[in-house]
Design a protein around this ligand. Structure first.
Ligand code: FPP
Length: 242
């Protein structure tokens, strides 16, 4: 979608995915505990939902907690889970006011039951909204998502509801947690790391990547505009010739 952003006509990506990184370092710089950084990170996510939608983005997906993040200290994991719990429980009204539809991707089987319940309620309460599609990756790992999809497909074949010839790329996409989402056009990772860390490996096959040293809690509207400018300089060919 072409949009006039601060006097500049830019092609705005439909789906932006972000690997939120740098909360810990942001807190450390302030001599504060890591969970202080996560709290600031969660506030930055809420602000980002508004900013990014006003910029014309329709899908926004964030990596909040990976299948590997359980290895962090109990204190940190508990802190992040409490933040997510609060977000899920308290954001129904705000999401509806902003016409925002919220989804959660990842494996729910390892999550606390009240969190699973809060996810279901929030998804349900916002499913009629037609504004920003905001997706939270929670206990998400790309290989784990592919494993779960493969198990589901194998089961269908075994039970006879699918044939081997049904297994096209679209069929596989439809069995991923992201079945309802278009693939990301732009993937952002903050805080200077330049890794994918198991985030949406199938879905980002043709995405543009934007890496920035800015720590996530400091990432503001102007940084999104910079990322979109960078995206506009790329020439997306999807392997073909233009
Ligand atoms: C990365 O920073 C951040 C995380 C692993 C957790 C992020 C989670 C949130 C901000 C909560 C999400 C909130 C909502 C509302 C969806 P890091 O700890 O790896 O930072 P570091 O690399 O500087 O240590």
């Amino acid at each position: 979608m072409e949009k006039n952003i601060d006097g500049e006509i830019l092609n705005v990506p439909r789906h932006v995915a972000v690997i939120l990184d740098g909360n810990g370092r942001w807190a450390k710089k302030r001599l504060m505990p890591r969970n202080y950084g996560h709290k600031a990170g969660a506030q930055a996510v809420e602000q980002a939902c508004e900013d990014i939608y006003n910029l014309g983005v329709q899908y926004f997906t964030v990596y909040a907690f990976s299948t590997e993040n359980w290895k962090r200290s109990v204190e940190e994991v508990t802190g992040i889970m409490n933040l997510l719990r609060n977000y899920l429980v308290n954001s129904i009204e705000r999401s509806n006011k902003n016409n925002m539809r919220v989804r959660v991707i990842g494996d729910r089987t390892a999550l606390a039951l009240d969190i699973v319940d809060a996810i279901r309620k929030l998804e349900d309460a916002t499913k009629q909204n037609t504004g920003l599609n905001f997706t939270i990756a929670l206990n998400y790992g790309g290989r784990d998502e592919l494993r779960r999809a493969m198990t589901a497909i194998a089961k269908e074949v075994k039970e006879g509801s699918a044939e081997l010839t049904d297994i096209t790329e679209d069929f596989i996409s439809a069995h991923l947690d992201t079945a309802e989402l278009p693939d990301p056009d732009l993937l952002i990772r903050t805080s200077g790391e330049e890794r994918i860390s198991n985030f949406l490996p199938w879905q980002i096959a043709y995405s543009e990547f934007y890496f920035t040293p800015v720590l996530w809690p400091d990432f503001k509207r102007a940084d999104f505009v910079e990322a979109i400018r960078y995206y506009n300089k790329r020439d997306r060919r999807y392997g073909g010739v233009k």
